[in-house]
Design a binder for this molecule. Sequence first.
Ligand SMILES: [Zn+2]
Length: 147
Amino acid sequence: MDTAEACCHDSVSAIATGYAGGWMGRKRCGRCGKTYPAAADYFYIRHKPTGRLDSMCRSCRRAINADWKRKVIRERREALAVALGRPLKSSSADDTDRRTLAGFTRYMMRNPHYFRYVFKGEPTPENIGDAFRKYVKTNRDSASGCV
Ligand SMILES: [Zn+2]
């Protein structure tokens, strides 16, 4: 651990303290362009040891993170739609109902160990699609045509 002993490393912690303490003056957010005191109250610290601050302000970073989350969710949905070969319905019933290909795929993507156990294969979109067709066929055959 660092001690209070004075040595060349102190310059690093001085910078850290300086950034956090705001003696570096004001810092302009790279996203919204607003200027804030260059302090941890306004910018996230990107690099703890040096106290380097984020290039954008806290509220912008939060917005970016929220955007990123939405993007990831959208990309997952798009990947699923590609795997299914059709657009996803927005209905939530479709998301959870294993009798639909979307629901089945979603369920298997979430529970890969279950897929491997039941279908003896990797839960790739192709395998899930095959498994679903078998699953539907089996169910249909055993249901003797009454739907
Ligand atoms: Zn900003």
